[in-house]
Design a protein around this ligand. Structure first.
Ligand SMILES: NC(=O)c1ccc[n+]([C@@H]2O[C@H](COP(=O)([O-])OP(=O)(O)OC[C@H]3O[C@@H](n4cnc5c(N)ncnc54)[C@H](O)[C@@H]3O)[C@@H](O)[C@H]2O)c1
Length: 281
């Protein structure tokens, strides 16, 4: 059985911060072709993990290629699978293929997501369904599919669902009612999955911690598009957190590593809000 938990046998001082080491572990990161997902995949690779990025894009961006070239230096590896999270059968097949190849799966970062700015009164039923299908159902199906493989190989591990501070507040100046509701649903989903999967059952299955990260505004392709659509929005957002600036994707790497590694072995069912103080005043 492989597992995540405090190693009471390990002598202190043999290795720097051994709880953060992901050597030989296998992870899936959805939405990993670019943006936040790619940065979080980098964190797992740089600490020795074997990481499979899923995205609906036919290929990942240039920064992904650069990370893949550097991966061996850290003892990890980076792989790409064109996989839409709306295609549940494909998702199940691809996740099973990866787990069967390595005889393990240690965790998932579910970062695939979309944004749409539209006044609530003008939202079509089709657009609501599409947004929820990616941002909520896609996360749920990714987690469930991964959990089945983790049960199969009795892997105790960790999942990190990417929610948003927009799941807890309405963002001044951003008309995105369905996006915000979809992220609120993800925050709640983490609590329920954690309740079901965290305990280790008598047959050795379970032991899967589930948490989410709620980022504030980050400079990614998704947000740059919002800035093109709404003049003055960048300056407005910069003034609305305590740091007076937007985040870079790299500023979430430490949090993802914390959640996916033994370092957070007593944390489950919770929501890490990392927003430069945006929701604290
Ligand atoms: N950028 C922000 O300010 C911010 C803040 C809070 C939360 N988030 C969340 O972080 C996550 C990543 O966002 P980002 O800003 O990096 O956006 P992004 O658009 O740069 O990246 C999202 C990635 O998800 C992929 N994707 C979209 N739909 C998919 C699908 N159906 N199947 C597979 N892949 C799909 C896209 O192709 C893209 O590569 C999203 O869940 C987003 O909601 C972003």
């Amino acid at each position: 059985m492989v597992g995540i938990g405090p190693d009471t046998e390990a002598p202190v001082g043999q290795m720097r911060l051994a709880d953060f080491d992901l050597k030989d572990r296998v992870f899936i990161v959805t939405g990993g072709a670019r943006g936040l997902g790619l940065s979080l995949a980098e964190a797992l690779v740089e600490t020795g993990g074997n990481v499979y990025c899923f995205d609906r894009e036919p290929q990942a961006d240039e920064r992904w290629q650069e990370t893949a070239r550097r991966a061996a230096k850290w003892g990890g590896s980076l792989h790409y699978r064109q996989q839409d999270v709306q295609d549940t059968d494909g998702l199940n097949r691809t996740i099973a293929e990866i787990a069967d190849k390595h005889h393990r799966l240690d965790g998932v970062v579910a970062a695939a997501g979309v944004q749409q700015l539209c006044p609530a009164a003008e939202y079509s039923r089709e657009d609501v369904a599409r947004m929820m299908d990616i941002n909520y159902t896609g996360v749920m199906m990714t987690a469930a599919s991964a959990a089945r493989q983790m049960f199969k190989y009795k892997c105790h591990g960790s999942m990190c669902l990417i929610a948003s501070m927009s799941g807890s507040v309405a963002n001044k100046g951003l008309i995105s009612p369905v996006y915000n509701s979809s992220k609120a649903a993800v925050i709640q989903l983490a609590r329920n999955l954690a309740m079901e999967w965290s305990p280790i059952r008598p047959d050795g299955t379970g032991g899967i911690r589930v948490n989410c990260i709620s980022p504030g505004h980050i400079l990614t392709p998704m947000v740059r598009k919002n800035f093109e659509e709404v003049p003055g929005l960048q300056q407005k957002w910069e003034s609305e957190n305590m740091m007076g600036r937007l985040a870079e994707t790299s500023e979430f790497k430490g949090a993802a590593l914390f959640l996916l590694s033994n370092a957070s072995s007593f944390m489950t069912g919770n929501n890490l809000v990392i927003d430069g103080g945006h929701t604290s005043w």
